[in-house]
Design a protein. Sequence first.
Length: 422
Amino acid sequence: MGKFSDAFVSDDFQFLSYIIEQIGVDSMTKIGERITVMGWGKSTDLAITFYIERLAIELAKYVPVQLVDIDDKASLTNALAAAEQGRVEHWISVAHAGSFEKTFFPIMGVSQAQAFAEKSKIRNVHISYDWDYSTIIDFPLGTLYTSFTESMLAGAQTFFQRPAALGLLAHAAVPDVSLDWRDRDIDIIFPGHLRFDPAELRQNWRSLPGLGPKIMEDILDAWNGEPNKTEVIPLPHVYAAAHQAHGGDFPLMYLFEYLDHFDNYLRCQARFDLVSRVTHAPITFVGSGWDRYAASHHRILPPMSQEKVMTLVRRSKILLNMSAPYFKSHERIFYGMAAGVPVGTYGKGFLANAEDPAPDEPIIYLEPESIDHTLCQALRNSDQLQHLAMRANERFLTHHTWKHRAFKLLSLMQEAAEKIPL
């Protein structure tokens, strides 16, 4: 999925106990109060667990929050019992951690779950962490759906079967320490794996069933001709290629599968640019898959814990965020800003997408054709880099902490209640 934590290996953190200790759940879920439920489980991805942890801590300062272990049937059954009693106002999921179709399905069918949520007047709040359009179809009436990128939010609207409220909710980070520039001994760092060579992925398209190989090549041709790759997602390109090949209607799941294949290809291409296009700038990679392409100006480190990765990030002069050009939010951006580390990324408008009112963006925006030159030039101008880091840190503290995102989510909940009363 291309997340910052995909360079991490899971440490044995007791996240659930820690969160409950931090937010004081027992004191906040008194009989008669309507609570906000957030799903969590031991099987939950580490990056999503961290997202839930930070958002729960901030939300719990303003509304009663109860974390539910979605991997434990008894815990889930108790939460549903509270919902049946009318005590649950919002059911929040981050990606598929506690999401509607994943959480309710083990106990009841999807149609039953929809009816249950609507009868109990539960507001389903789904915080999208990645592509999850295939889940939208089953969401109940009045769902609040948030996405981290505006163009992805517009795409999601196409697939709702029932009235829903939509809103933008960017990533965030925790305030961090900023090392003195003299203590920064890593020029450029990228924490993440190189899972595939994009040429190999493209080769694998040939093994797709039926019309799949032709459709994927048609999507790529259409995307290569797209003049505005930072502002649109490839959904229209995927739909047009699939519609033309199939000659009319086709199952929606085909569309989602083609979109997933193509998005994965673009993400891998962005990362592969670091070894195919960056021929001089010194990059430290933290993750697997890079050894195969290592050059003399590369330093390869193995996957490691989040804490250790962040120690390396703080020692860096530039943190890279490499993903498809249409994404306008990622935790790497805000981790870097929080630690006073300048961030280099494909795309543009990350802070505007996060509703930052200032017109300038203290981010190094990169283009594939000039990425090596831009990074080398940035490293040569130490004073400018330090100034950029200072401005980015100031903007982070003013607009992009988890407290800011919690306030935004509370605002979206209120808007959803006014727009679609349950």
